[in-house]
Design a protein around this ligand. Structure first.
Ligand code: PMP
Length: 413
């Protein structure tokens, strides 16, 4: 058997192998670098969007998991419906319904976390070269998810006073937004702009994606209404059938290891995404779906939230103080009111954060350069810095190390 394997391997190696798909040549392994940076000794990772691991509710999740497996062996250990467990879909429909937004099970799809929702959206909506309107810089994972379709992009410059939402959405397959504390910029989309985008989506029929992993991480001010709620107000008591596609996840408010996310949308969209999911992973893990349901029923998100918000607010302030002290000579930034990131913009537009990254890694600090958040890769003058993973003193040390890398770059080293 072994011999045959070896012979077969030799035979294959002596001939040219079929090429990998063309889109792989357009991608990069940056996300994997961020996710695995934690295993490099003494490296301070301020690149990834990682939660504080000390806040993972390990004991409670273990207890919920044990109970779920014992009480529901078929759900947890068997295959499930592609759309997700009916009880979890019902619980999410109830959670997101408001006096203006009426949701039922048919409005909900369970996904293998938020990333899968983005992937399915590309599969269900994009032909090769399809047009996406988006806020740029934008989430790297979304750009990655849609890469195999070679999309074209149109920039939604929401803060521009002459921004014309109808013109911006017309002709696009969908518009992609992260209204709460965008990844990477940390920016909040204001109420008026939310309303204008919803109006434009209704006027043009363009799907409006509201990707909202960070909505619960709000440090100052009052949370704004979701765009799907603003859109729901138009359906006069009917089940939601509008153009907003809302995406959520448990990754930032409970734990990313659960890989549980959801899409809330018109039944027609849920059906299309379900077809795409069937050919993707067939169904999301029943164990983690049952854990998610147990966690929602136990009010775990609500109980964890004050602790998360308190810790992250302190860390945001620590990162901003460190930036002010060590980097403000070269970079400007705005203090975000929520989320996980500060977007630092170089005062000199010729500054190149792609060139800064290897020098930063030499100093044992990892940052996310702006080019990876821009489909055209032209923005090289900024970087994304995360404040949730590290305690204040590590953040300060990380920014000191980064300042040293900046000095080396400027000095031509
Ligand atoms: N959307 C955005 C904007 C994100 O920042 C993330 C996580 N970094 C996700 C979706 C997906 O996260 P997950 O797959 O862990 O739910």
């Amino acid at each position: 058997m072994r011999l045959m394997d070896t012979a077969a391997t030799k035979l294959r190696r002596s001939t040219a192998r079929p090429a990998f798909a063309r889109w792989l040549g357009t991608t990069n392994a940056v996300t994997n670098t961020f996710l695995s940076a934690g295993s490099i000794p003494d490296l301070i990772n301020i690149a990834g969007g990682l939660p504080a691991p000390e806040l993972y509710p390990a004991a409670e999740i273990a207890q919920i998991a044990r109970k779920a497996i014992e009480a529901h062996p078929q759900d947890t250990l068997g295959y499930n419906p592609v759309e997700g467990l009916p009880e979890l879909r019902d619980a999410l429909a109830a959670r997101f319904s408001t006096p203006h937004l009426h949701l039922g099970r048919e409005n909900i799809l369970i996904t293998t976390s938020g990333m899968q929702g983005l992937d399915l959206l590309g599969k269900a909506l994009l032909e090769e070269g399809g047009l996406i309107a988006g806020q740029f810089p934008t989430y790297l994972g979304a750009i990655d998810a849609w890469r195999p379709r070679y999309p074209t992009y149109r920039n939604l410059i929401l803060q521009d006073p002459s921004f014309d939402p109808v013109g911006a959405l017309t002709g696009a397959q969908f518009a992609y937004t992260v209204p709460n504390f965008s990844n990477p910029t940390g920016k909040l989309v204001g109420l008026q702009t939310r309303q204008a985008l919803v109006d434009a989506a209704h006027a043009t029929g363009t799907w409006l994606i509201e990707d909202d992993p960070y909505g619960g991480l709000h440090y100052d001010g009052v949370p704004l209404p979701r765009m799907i709620e603003l859109s729901g107000g138009r359906s006069a008591g009917q089940r939601y059938d509008g153009p907003v596609v809302y995406m959520g996840t448990l990754s930032k408010e409970i734990a990313p290891g659960l890989r549980i996310g959801w899409v809330v949308a018109a039944p027609e969209m849920i059906k299309a995404l379900t077809m795409a999911k069937q050919g993707s992973d067939m169904c999301t893990s029943g164990i983690t779906q049952r854990i998610a349901l147990g966690a929602l029923e136990a009010g775990l998100i609500e109980r964890l939230q004050p602790g998360l918000v308190g810790l992250y607010r302190e860390r945001r302030d620590a990162l901003c103080a460190a930036l002010e002290e060590h980097l403000s000579e070269w970079f400007t930034f705005e203090r975000p009111v929520g989320g996980m990131f500060v977007w630092a913009v170089a005062r000199d537009r010729d500054f190149d954060t792609d060139r800064l990254l290897p020098l930063a890694l030499k100093e044992k600090v990892c940052i996310a350069p702006s080019s990876v958040f821009d489909p055209s890769e032209t923005n090289r003058w900024a970087m994304r810095l995360n404040f949730t993973l590290n305690p204040p003193e590590r953040l300060d040390e990380g920014i000191r190390r980064l300042a040293s890398a900046v000095r080396t770059l400027i000095g031509g080293g």
